[in-house]
Design a protein around this ligand. Structure first.
Ligand code: 0WD
Length: 256
């Protein structure tokens, strides 16, 4: 029996089989979790429905996290299938392309700031609040994905660094909010992985090569490695861990 047997977990941000959330779903299904998924809009419905079937799930719901009414509808619909929720994985981020390359100040328009904070950071807060009633008293776990660019400058990460800093603060504040109800809140800070979202960041290939050369393990990480850590953090094995930013980056963050 897997260490997530009997757990019901909602996974967002599944876009392709290269998505970090694909690695998360794979590990969680292997460990016995029952899964549900969201997709951003009609364009992705068929694709996500097919991937969900690979993970034995027919629970696939639309949710563009920029719209509160879609978040409300998501939990209304989920509640018709599940009487409670043990885990929620937030694996969503977006910033306009022009804000993810070149000079930080020149690309950091008010609009780029608003959009990146809204989709990449506030959406975690909004989902956490909406999930709260279904998660109360179940020793459940919320999880989000962040990056070292939150705490250090990384080339071209720019405005997304601000969004991830905000997201990491949200993890800590949400952990304080939800702790008394038994719900834990954590983040994984993943090393660079070639996904669709990552390809929007200028010179991402160089970042991958730099990490590979300098990380203590002398390689990059895989979505399966992030997935395994995600499965652990959402399981009772991690019952004492909350408000934590856990690095899954082959050790890169400890280097000078
Ligand atoms: O190197 C990397 N790939 C790292 C990613 C290193 C460290 C952290 N991360 C984070 C990302 O910032 C993100 O938070 O991991 C998370 C997942 O990213 P991913 O797996 O790299 O990217 P991807 O497979 O593209 O999934 C992210 C998806 C979006 O993709 P696009 O490419 O269309 O932006 O987030 C979804 C969308 O499917 N998304 C939304 N979902 C609902 N509502 C929205 C939205 N408004 N916007 C984007």
């Amino acid at each position: 029996m897997g260490f997530l047997a009997g757990k019901r977990i909602l996974i967002t941000g599944l876009l392709s089989n290269r998505s970090i959330s694909y690695g998360v779903a794979k590990a969680m299904q292997r460990e016995g979790a029952e899964l549900a998924f969201t997709y951003q809009n009609d364009r992705f419905e068929e694709r996500v429905t097919k991937m969900a079937a690979e993970f034995g799930s027919s629970l696939v719901f639309p949710c563009d996290v920029q719209h509160d009414e879609e978040i409300t509808a998501l939990f209304d619909r989920l509640g018709q299938h599940w009487d409670g929720l043990d885990g929620l994985v937030h694996s969503i981020a977006f910033a306009p392309g022009e804000a993810l390359e070149g000079d930080f100040l020149e690309g950091a328009s008010r609009e780029a700031f608003r959009t990146s904070q809204d989709i990449s950071a506030y959406s975690f807060v909004a989902l956490a609040r909406a999930a709260r009633p279904m998660m109360k008293g179940r020793n459940g776990s919320l999880l989000t994905m962040t990056y070292l660019g939150a705490v250090r400058t990384m080339p071209n990460y720019n405005i997304m660094g601000m969004a991830k800093a905000s997201l990491e603060a949200a993890v800590r504040y949400a952990a304080v909010s939800l702790g008394p109800e038994g719900t834990r809140v954590n983040a994984i800070s993943a090393g660079p992985i070639k996904t669709l979202a990552a390809s929007g960041i200028g010179s991402f290939g160089k970042l991958l090569a730099f990490n590979e050369h300098n990380a203590p393990l002398r390689r990059n990480v895989t979505i399966d490695e992030v997935g395994n850590t995600a499965a652990f953090l959402c399981s009772d094995l991690a019952s004492g861990v909350t408000g934590e930013i856990m690095y899954v980056d082959a050790g890169f963050n400890i280097t000078a």
